[in-house]
Design a protein around this ligand. Structure first.
Ligand code: NAD
Ligand code: UGA
Length: 457
């Protein structure tokens, strides 16, 4: 089968690479309007950093996996088309700041309709508000020259940093479809693709609306757990309880389970906030204001947690950060990814810059240019002004040199393995350590002479 995927991003690239790897007899073409991104997928420096991705790409690129800017040609050839374009929060007009911006999805549908020369199976891979398939259907049928289009919902549940593992061994694959014979036949074709490597009992089928909504709800439930434990982290700090001990105790209850109970500076990433905002917007649209307020609380708690972390730093450091060199370790939104979208680290850095701190930032995978671009956007400072307040360093030791404080904002493994004696020797006194991810060896640091602050402790 000829398969096309529109959108060569964090989802489209890895998802299609795994699919091509597992289905050598299908031909997969990933297309994008962003020529630089396609060129990177065709180079030795992939645009996405994911453990194991290089090997998967090397095994099938130019065999049955292709990256191309020739969108119309790939659409025309394909029998099945995945739509994996970005669906960011709308930044303009009605619903600005809350609703999902569906312009890229609609443009993809119009492009499919214009380029199609026969029937197509369209698979929604992007995360979409419930009932989007209805709009897609109308756009396709109004412009599609009479061709038959079947629309399936197949949301993606991979997490960045573990994308390849998640794709190879998904907890489940969710496929939403209509129940007429043509839709069921289309759904079966997609099931036949996945069963090459996913056991049939892990493939769930639902109606389209349940599938679309389940994706938003899945992210909302995960984010809600992080906000719940972060709320408790504040109580732990106030009472002398230890949030990791509390998480471990409640996580042993099989009804609760241990995962997503790690207290932090707050959740980030391109999706949790965007999808909850969207869920809140949909609840409001249907007049369900109490349900909307409930889920909005998850976001309010997350914002409070980021601000609370900075306030604690200011209080500990004698109520002023002005002119102090602060070493920031980690800028990506979680470890093992180069993605900085909605990274809580960026918001903490913005607030520290507001306090006139001098930041020395190091992240193992995020390039300096990306860090500076994010901070320029968040602070509104010019490139030059920002350059006077922020430097990006080549490693953690360089960032920590002459710093007043060591601040962990992303839980990269290497930060726990630093030579802390060497670090302390190079820092100013008192040497503060603020662990926003509870990843440092706190007792060792205290014994050496650091003043340590950890989340929820
Ligand atoms: P991304 O921004 O990394 O990639 C999207 C790509 O689509 C971009 O390269 C963009 O240039 C391209 N694009 C946009 N409009 C296009 C068009 N009309 N024609 C061709 N290309 C076009 O986004 P992503 O992180 O891959 O996310 C894609 C979708 O998957 C979103 O809906 C997101 O919510 C969802 N999702 C993301 C993740 C994740 O971990 N990032 C996980 C699950 C689901
Ligand atoms: C999340 C979901 O886990 C995926 O299932 C989903 O497909 C994806 O969103 C999406 O729709 O984009 P991702 O954002 O890549 O994946 O990463 P997570 O592991 O969920 O972490 C999200 C944020 O929560 C990170 O900032 C992480 O540091 C934080 N987090 C996570 C915590 O602070 N504590 C935890 O216990 C877990």
């Amino acid at each position: 089968m000829e398969i096309c995927c529109i959108g060569a991003g964090y989802v489209g690239g890895p998802t299609m690479a795994v699919m091509a790897g597992k289905c050598p007899d299908h031909n997969v073409t990933v297309v994008d309007t962003n020529a630089a991104r396609i060129a990177a997928w065709n180079s030795s420096t992939l645009p996405v950093y994911e453990t194991g991705l290089d090997d998967v790409i090397a095994a099938c690129r130019d065999r049955n996996l292709h990256f191309s800017v020739d969108i119309d040609e790939a659409i025309a050839r394909a029998e099945m088309i995945f739509v994996s374009v970005n669906t960011p929060t709308k930044s303009y007009g009605i619903g600005a700041g809350r609703a999902a911006d569906l312009k890229f999805v609609e443009l993809s549908a119009r492009r499919i309709a214009a380029a199609a020369k026969g029937p197509k199976i369209i698979v929604e891979k992007s995360t979409l508000p419930v009932r989007t398939a209805q709009s897609l259907k109308r756009v396709l049928h109004a412009n599609g020259d009479g061709h038959a289009f079947q629309i399936l919902s197949n949301p993606e549940f991979l997490a960045e940093g573990t994308a390849i593992r998640d794709l190879l061994r998904p907890d489940r694959v969710l496929i939403g479809s209509d129940d007429n014979p043509d839709a069921v036949a289309a759904r079966q074709k997609l099931i036949d693709v996945y069963t090459r490597w996913v056991p049939l009992n892990r493939i769930l089928t639902t109606n389209v609306w349940s599938s679309e909504l389940s994706k938003l709800v899945n992210n909302a439930f995960l984010a809600q757990r992080v906000s719940s434990i972060n709320a408790i982290s504040a109580l732990c700090e106030a009472t002398g309880a230890d949030v990791d001990q509390v998480a471990s105790a409640i996580g042993r209850d099989t009804r609760i389970g241990p995962r997503f109970l790690k207290a932090s500076i707050g959740f980030g990433g391109s999706c949790f906030q965007k999808d909850i905002l969207n869920l809140v917007y949909i609840c409001e649209y249907y007049g369900l204001s109490e349900a909307a307020a409930y889920w909005n609380g998850v976001l309010e708690m997350n914002d409070w947690q980021k601000r609370r972390f900075v306030r604690r730093m200011i209080t500990a450091m004698f109520n002023t950060l002005s002119g102090k060199r602060i070493a920031i370790l980690g800028f990506s939104f979680k470890k093992d990814t180069n993605d900085t979208r909605e990274s809580p680290a960026a918001y903490v850095c913005r607030d520290l810059i507001d306090e006139q701190a001098q930041l020395a930032i190091y992240d193992p995978k995020v390039p300096a240019a990306a860090i500076m671009a994010d901070l320029e956007r968040l602070t509104g400072l010019s490139h030059q002004d920002l350059g006077g307040r922020v430097v990006c360093e080549r490693d953690a030791y360089a960032a920590l040199h002459q710093a007043h404080a060591l601040v962990v904002l992303t839980e990269w493994d290497e930060f726990g393995d630093l030579d802390f004696e060497r670090v302390l020797d190079s820092m100013r006194r008192p040497a503060f350590a603020f662990d926003g991810r509870n990843t440092l060896p706190h007792d060792t640091l205290r014994q050496l002479g650091f003043e340590v602050y950890a989340v929820g402790k």
